[in-house]
Design a binder for this molecule. Structure first.
Ligand code: ZN
Length: 379
């Protein structure tokens, strides 16, 4: 552990971190990126995965697949968490080294998969030094409580605005059950609590020691979520983007925005994108999904898509005051402009389960209607 982490730990041991008080009631304070759900919506709206999660859900709960780990070089391994039984939708990354670090856990339901893959990679229960999550949405951090138990020496690193929900996830989990209904168990499972003394809380910046002079430099990059962090590998130049640069679709090599309620903020997202560009990364490692070496053009495209998306929502809202109608208008325009993506029904269903048009429109609409705003994005 670094000095920074020890310092935060001792502070936590004395008393609850003051910043762990959430800035708003935890109703939808981070469930997942942008699944098909609405606050207080009927359960069926959450069930966008109907008929889809591949032929088997044996990927979750019952073990690992040999093809689900990809060696990305420099001791970095990508693990398919098989979220919801889907293949290639949500990744965890292991940075092996002398102080092994897991970036993202996937869902609680994915914990057995991740455990098995880590074992296959030679990581015994006492070996894992760190678990770090880019943010606490359930597709990224739902398995933190399970994996913290399974790897008792691992310290869990999270931004200070998300930490409270890892220590005491009861409200978050209850809220998620209300929103997702039966789909909650199928897609995510319950986030278990992590003892406060196991949490290392980050502010604007932090460092995770990977051993042998290598580290992950963490920096706050809000916008997708208020507590989102980016992670930069000082040895390789890899940048773990979480959802701050949107979701990458490996099947069609394109990025799509992920702008869910309640946190999405266009200005913060753009600032974070610029900060990621300035990191001069050699490679982007998307949690959804996989590595991208065309760094500059991908981040540029992510920004362009974000503007396009927000403008599309603005235009739709100019044509109708009905949110569902606005969602339909944006979806229609999206389909017209994304022939490649929409040509593959399997891909569409998979990503609609993760980052739906409806939720992304709602996130933008919520931000446009923010207090003090005029209903439009700043020009
Ligand atoms: Zn996500």
């Amino acid at each position: 552990m670094t000095a920074f982490m020890r310092m935060d730990l001792s502070r936590d041991a004395e008393k609850p971190h003051p910043s762990l008080v959430p800035p708003r009631p935890p109703a939808l304070e981070g469930l997942l990126c942008a699944a098909s759900h609405r606050q207080n919506a009927p359960v069926e709206n959450a069930d966008a995965t109907a008929g889809s999660p591949s032929e088997s859900d044996e990927g979750e709960g019952s073990g690992a697949h040999a093809t689900d780990v990809v060696d990305l070089g420099n001791d970095v391994f990508m693990i398919d968490t098989r979220m919801g039984g889907y293949e290639g939708i949500t990744a965890s990354y292991l940075i092996k080294g002398s102080k092994p670090c897991l970036v993202e856990t996937g869902t609680a339901r994915s914990a057995p998969v991740v455990l098995a893959q880590l074992a296959a990679l030679g990581i015994d229960p006492d070996d894992l030094a760190t678990i770090v999550v880019t943010h606490i949405h359930l597709d990224h951090a739902g398995g933190v409580g399970d994996l913290a138990k399974l790897f008792p020496r691992a310290q869990v690193v999270v931004h200070e605005r998300g930490a409270r929900h890892l220590a005491d996830p009861a409200k978050l989990v209850a809220s998620a059950h209300r929103v997702f209904g039966e789909a909650m168990d199928r897609l995510f499972g319950d986030l278990l609590p992590t003892p406060a003394e196991r949490l290392t809380v980050l502010g604007d910046k932090g460092t995770i020691d990977l051993g042998d002079g290598r580290s992950l430099a963490a920096f706050h990059n809000p916008g997708h979520a208020s507590h989102h962090i980016g992670l930069f590998d000082t040895l390789t130049g890899d940048l773990y983007t979480g959802d701050a640069a949107g979701v990458y679709i490996p099947e069609t090599a394109e990025v799509r925005p992920s702008t869910p309620p309640p946190d999405f903020d266009l200005v913060l997202t753009l600032n974070s994108l610029h900060r990621m560009s300035e990191a001069n990364a050699t490679r982007l490692l998307f949690s959804h999904y996989g590595p991208v070496t065309d760094v500059a053009s991908t981040l540029d495209e992510s920004e362009a898509q974000l503007h396009y998306w927000v403008e599309s929502v603005e235009r739709a809202r100019g044509e109708t005051e009905d949110l569902d109608h606005a969602i339909a208008l944006v979806a229609e325009r999206d389909r017209a402009g994304r022939a490649g993506f929409y040509a593959d029904r399997g891909v569409v269903e998979k990503y609609e389960a993760l980052s739906s048009v409806g939720a992304n429109v709602m996130g933008v609409a919520r931000w446009l209607d923010r207090p003090g705003g005029d209903g439009l994005a700043p020009r």
